[in-house]
Design a protein around this ligand. Structure first.
Ligand code: GDP
Ligand code: IMO
Ligand code: MG
Length: 429
């Protein structure tokens, strides 16, 4: 049986949550493998709207949902997100939810450091979500993180706390802040520990067992390839690898488990936070895309920057992440535009480029080369089959797949779960 790995192929917010929720009916397990509660996914099911940041989107359907070791986990956020979803009638128990016991924790000092750094950076700020993601990953790689399994052994944490505090105290002093209050930190960890430990287990083992039993596994990526710490618009990126390969290392299954790589691609482009964005439109057209697409961040409420579809970036993301097929989302947002543009290449210092350069200055200075197409009359909103689409909208989809050299497997035409056109089922070999 094929597994499916869902990743964002732009700067995040492509509609991954909606697609994962839709695909979850075909999956036996959904696994988050990187990122943390910097993610924000909106799921619309009939009258109900669910907003998730940390829990895998499969939880809404009741599908076995797992937080893999590649995620950085804020225990206090976990508790409140579980409570919020339970308040909406979602059932969460050990039966359908598990957390890797080797996940590093996001502590209050991480969020504080994130915000202090951003405030001090002025114009050079990254525009992070302020949720401590970068500092938590730094501590993981620096071998001084406190992990989920440590919550069961808080009395034996002294030497790890020494290392953690030595590092943070020096940084905090640089911002004129008092040292870490170890006792207060330990007390709050003691208090929160049971709500995390009740779901903690070696999830690699559970995943390997269900896989051997023939389960279909859906890996749910957060953010997008252009926010990947290696391949994205560095340094304006998040602090994890968001590419498909991370599904293996971030869950405890080997790379062959990744299966069909489904890249989620918005029919135009958006970005939240700072950093280069070649096709950004700071005019009425950009405004119109933002209004029609309700482009406000789920986590921070910030207005998303908007622009035309950039085929160069998506072609690159698809190549880097080995995308098998894409889900093209928010096509309906382009309804009513007289003409639409697609970026097919860049101009930089008098040369034409068919790729996005690595250097920040090059990324900031490329000028998009556009191809213009007629828009379509009529509407794609709510379409559930190919036959419901205007001919010109089909032309747009075909041009997109040609330019990105990757086929379309799904098309999404509204926020609603069922407003989805299936072209090729990613779970079918
Ligand atoms: P994610 O972070 O990739 O899961 O995406 P977000 O949930 O942050 O942002 C996508 C937004 O677009 C959400 O508000 C979705 O409800 C909405 N959405 C998803 N697919 C479609 C679609 O095909 N059309 C429209 N109009 N909205 C969509
Ligand atoms: P989903 O999963 C869009 C962006 C932030 C900032 C940069 C670094 O909803 O697609 P961080 O807090 O991660 O250190 O911030 O990354 N960012 C996202 N942008 N969607 C997301 O997640 C994002 N997660 C982080 O805006 O520019
Ligand atoms: Mg989002």
């Amino acid at each position: 049986m094929a597994n499916v790995t869902v990743i964002g192929a732009q700067w995040g917010d492509e509609g991954k949550g909606k697609i994962v929720d839709w695909l979850a009916s075909r999956a036996d397990a959904v696994v988050r493998f990187q990122g943390g509660h910097n993610a924000g996914h909106t799921l619309v099911v009939g009258e109900q709207v669910y907003k998730l940041s940390l829990l895998p989107s499969g939880i809404v359907r009741g599908t076995l949902s797992i937080i893999g070791n590649g995620v950085v986990l804020d225990p206090w956020h976990l508790k409140s997100e579980i409570a919020k979803l339970e308040g909406q009638g979602v059932k969460i128990s050990r039966e359908n939810f598990a957390i890797a016991d080797n996940c590093p924790l996001i502590l209050p000092i991480h969020g504080e450091l994130d915000v202090m750094r951003e405030n001090a950076a002025g114009a050079g700020k990254i525009g992070t979500t302020g949720r401590g993601i970068g500092p938590a990953y730094e501590d993981k790689v620096g071998r001084r993180a406190i992990r989920v399994c440590d919550l069961a052994h808080l009395d034996a944490l002294d030497s790890q706390l020494d290392r953690l505090c030595a590092h943070h105290d020096a940084l905090r002093a640089g911002f004129g802040q008092p040292p870490v209050d170890r006792e207060a930190l330990l007390a709050s960890l003691r208090e929160i520990a049971p709500s995390v430990l009740q779901f903690a287990e070696p999830v690699w083992s559970r995943l390997n067992t269900v896989r051997k039993a023939g389960a279909r596994i859906l890996f749910e990526g957060a953010q997008g390839v252009l926010l990947d710490v290696d391949h994205g618009t560095y340094p304006f990126v998040t602090s994890s690898n968001t590419v498909s390969g991370t599904a293996a290392s971030g869950s405890g299954l080997g790379p062959s488990a990744t299966g069909f790589v489904l890249g989620i691609v918005k029919a135009y482009t958006t970005r939240v936070g700072s950093g280069p964005f070649p096709t950004e439109l700071e005019d009425e057209t950009g405004q119109r895309l933002g209004e029609r697409g309700h482009e406000f961040g789920t986590v921070t409420g910030r207005k998303r920057r908007c622009g035309w579809f950039d085929a160069v970036l998506v072609r690159q993301s698809c190549a880097i992440s080995g995308v098998t097929g894409i889900a093209l989302t928010k096509l309906d947002v382009l309804d009513g535009f007289e003409t639409v543009k697609i970026c097919t290449g860049y101009r930089l210092n008098g040369k034409v480029l068919d790729f996005f350069p690595s250097h920040a200055a090059g990324q900031a200075n490329v000028e998009p080369i556009y191809e213009e197409m007629d828009g379509w009359e009529g509407t794609t909103a709510g379409a559930r089959s190919w036959a419901d689409l205007p001919a010109q909208a089909i032309k747009y989809i075909q041009r997109v797949q040609e330019l990105i050299q990757t086929p379309v497997a799904l098309v999404s035409t509204s926020p609603e779960r069922e407003d989805t056109i299936l072209v090729r089922d990613p779970f079918v070999d």
